[in-house]
Write a protein that binds this ligand. Structure first.
Ligand code: ADP
Ligand code: MG
Length: 681
């Protein structure tokens, strides 16, 4: 077996199983090895039958006296019952719906049973079992528990992982020896073995520390290497044109907020410098980031420099294009829209060739587009500023691509924008020397979105309210969570809800549906139809765009809201309340636990994304808080974003290694793998 051996070549993996494993992202042996358990069942405690205590997780080593399967009397369940004993006594054991057990366990067998005995102390229900042998996998130890998908069991996964043990043991080390020694890390091989099959809690902790470090260290290394390259470059110094800027601001239909002014000024000051700007502009949904950035574009354009603005989707790109055309209507700037399906300049269609010519010759001021802009192999003349809106990792990849493509001494200034309320402390620890501007206040006069946790008994009332809003001409979003983890794209739950609403609740209305299985083209079409009011209600998974602007929608209804982080719920909520109408956010949840209810209730009163994010970190303490899409934060497998200590040492070591040019071939190849996964995120 090699790291790249396809999983289907492993013992007992057929076509069906391979397909299911693929749902978990497991396609080759190395995927398995790096598929870490999220917790362990501690069955390392071994006892005699006579010493068993109720509800204590324990392993007993017993001999099977009797075992038989029968159908239960009333319920049509299959029961497998066994009588087992050791030298201290005997015990009854029951399993449900596992008729094959009698084929696997025979009277006279010596087996381990891991589980708990019930209150009555007379029986053990559904324990894990395993034939007695020197090295157990499922019992009598710390037993790893993995995230599953339907049709795959813990036992199956463990069995597969156990097959990869020789591969784990021969995993090639890539961390420099000094680092391993300094932090007393186990070798990669040992860490891998011990994360899956730890001897004890201490070896598991050491393994976790090492693997968490690896993950953060490689990310830091990639960032530091990119930084280094960029530090060697220069950017054009773009003069601040005070009068024109003031005139522009005076011509806006509204007063800029002090926060907008402050952030614009920070950006403009950076543009004046010769070293490349690397700044992140954070601002809650609706805080008005676009105008703040437009001031920088204005100065760039008036100085003869071009701006590229990149959005994650065609709709968002088009939205920006329209906004900028309005904002710059008096400037007679040439603004280009460049997506895979649309190419135009100030409303006039362009052929691909015309467009590329204009880019190459600098016959424009601003180009707004999707990734296509950097994918095209065209050098943009006098490029001064690149703005990336709502993308992963604050545009680390885009920046890299641009720098590598324009392999020259002069590179553009770089600005990323995000509506994800990431606490400053976290950005700084993760991204170190990234400069940060935060728009921390909303334009005056915004209507607060009325948010309510809705109890099941009030559901029909909520539907009635929706009906009235739609009768008044408004539109509604319904968000559904992913219920079945194997259904990563959420097709099932969202389809069910869509059918239910369409057929049973709102047969007279027009409904649209959106989920991750749709191609991006199809998603764009659905969004476009919603924008154009062909649908009254859009039922969607969380794929709904961050930043999409449908001012006519006034209700955001979220099903299973306990399954989302507060910051993410806040993002959904930001899809409404973007027009003149009073808007509403309704949170449904089947989870009635007081803690969940309290967490959701917090949204009723709090409309500040940053406090919500902090609260989330405090309550859930994990990187899951932001969801993975478009958060700008890395999607970590094992490390935690709240593990500031490890983030710090990873950053420190990465910096010092890059400074002394210490990238070994082993590290380079580890980085290459990381880059691949960054690329396909
Ligand atoms: P976001 O930060 O979410 O990207 P936008 O830039 O799309 O927000 O702005 C949201 C809306 O607020 C836009 O319609 C914009 O014209 C408006 N807006 C921006 N700044 C102000 C302001 N200072 N006062 C009033 N409205 C503003
Ligand atoms: Mg925006």
């Amino acid at each position: 077996m090699e790291m790249d051996t396809p999983i289907k070549l492993l013992s007992r993996v057929g076509k069906t199983t391979a397909g299911r494993l693929k749902n978990l992202g497991l396609e080759q042996a190395s995927d398995l090895i790096f598929y870490f358990p999220f917790r362990y069942d501690d069955f390392s405690l071994q006892k005699k039958i006579s010493d068993l205590l109720p509800d204590e997780a324990v392993t007993i080593k017993v001999r099977v006296q009797l075992i038989a399967t029968r159908r239960s009397f009333r319920k049509r369940k299959i029961l497998t019952e066994a009588l087992v004993s050791d030298d201290s006594g005997s015990l009854k054991v029951i399993w449900f719906n596992q008729p094959f057990l009698t084929k696997m366990i025979k009277p006279g067998d010596e087996i381990y049973l891991s589980g708990k005995i019930d209150e009555s102390r007379i029986q053990m229900v559904s324990p894990d079992f395993e034939k007695v042998k020197a090295e157990t996998v499922h019992t009598a130890r710390l037993v790893p528990i993995y995230h599953l998908t339907s049709g795959i069991t813990q036992k199956q996964l463990r069995f597969l992982l156990h097959q990869t043990l020789p591969l784990m043991k021969s995993a090639a080390e890539f961390l420099p020896k000094e680092i391993i020694d300094k932090y007393e890390f186990p070798s990669l091989a040992r860490a891998l073995v011990n994360i899956h099959f730890p001897r004890d809690a201490a070896s598991e902790e050491d393994a976790r520390a090492r693997l968490s470090f690896d993950e953060l260290f490689l990310i830091q290394l990639a960032i530091q290497l990119a930084r280094k390259k960029i530090r060697e470059k220069k950017s054009p110094s773009i003069a601040f044109l005070e009068k024109q800027t003031k005139d522009f601001v005076a011509g806006l239909p509204f007063e800029l907020t002090p926060a907008q002014k402050k952030c614009s000024w920070e950006i403009i000051k950076d543009l004046q410098k010769e070293n490349p700007m690397n700044r992140l502009l954070e601002g809650d949904v609706g805080s008005g980031k676009t105008v703040a950035v437009a001031l920088a574009m204005l100065n760039a354009a008036l100085n003869g420099y071009k701006t590229v603005m990149m959005a994650p989707t065609e709709i968002l790109a088009e939205q920006h294009y329209q906004t900028l055309q309005k904002l710059f209507s008096k400037q007679s700037f040439k603004i280009i829209l460049f997506t895979s399906s649309k190419r135009e300049i100030n409303g006039e269609k362009l052929s691909k060739k015309q467009l590329l010519d204009k880019l190459g010759e600098g016959e424009f001021d601003i180009v707004v587009g999707t990734q296509s802009v950097i994918q095209e192999n065209v050098k943009i003349k006098d490029l001064g500023l690149v703005v990336v809106d709502e993308q992963h990792r604050f545009g680390v990849n885009q920046r890299k691509a641009l720098v590598e493509k324009n392999n020259e001494e002069i590179i553009p200034h770089f600005l990323s924008m995000t509506a994800t309320p990431i606490p400053r402390s976290l950005v700084l620890t993760l991204y170190g020397d990234l400069d940060l501007s935060i728009i921390n206040q909303m334009p005056a006069g915004r209507k607060k979105i009325i948010t309510k946790v809705v109890y099941e008994q009030n559901r029909l009332e909520a539907y009635e309210f929706i009906r009235r809003q739609i009768a008044d001409g408004r539109q509604v979003f319904v968000i559904c969570p992913l219920i079945d983890p194997s259904d990563k794209l959420g097709v099932k739950s969202v389809t069910q809800e869509y059918e239910r609403l369409k057929n049973e609740i709102f047969p007279e209305l027009n409904l649209g549906i959106m989920h991750g299985r749709l191609k991006s083209k199809e998603k764009e079409e659905v969004m476009m139809k919603f924008k154009e009011k062909e649908y009254d209600i859009l039922v969607s998974t969380s794929v709904i765009e961050v930043g999409i602007d449908v001012p006519n929608s006034t209700i955001m209804m979220i099903e299973g809201s306990d399954r989302f982080g507060l910051a993410q719920l806040h993002q959904f909520r930001g899809r409404v309340g973007r027009g003149e109408f009073q808007s509403y956010c309704y949170l449904f949840s089947e989870n009635g636990s007081p803690l969940t209810q309290k967490r959701l209730k917090y949204l009723e009163t709090c409309s500040d994304g940053f406090s919500l994010a902090e609260k989330d970190l405090e309550l859930r303490g994990s990187g899951e808080v932001y969801g993975t899409r478009q958060s700008g934060l890395p999607d970590l497998k094992i490390a935690s974003l709240t593990d500031v200590e490890t983030i710090k040492i990873a950053q420190l070591e990465a910096k010092s290694l890059v400074e002394k040019n210490g990238i070994t071939p082993e590290l380079a190849s580890a980085l290459k793998k990381l880059n691949l996964s960054l690329h396909f995120e």
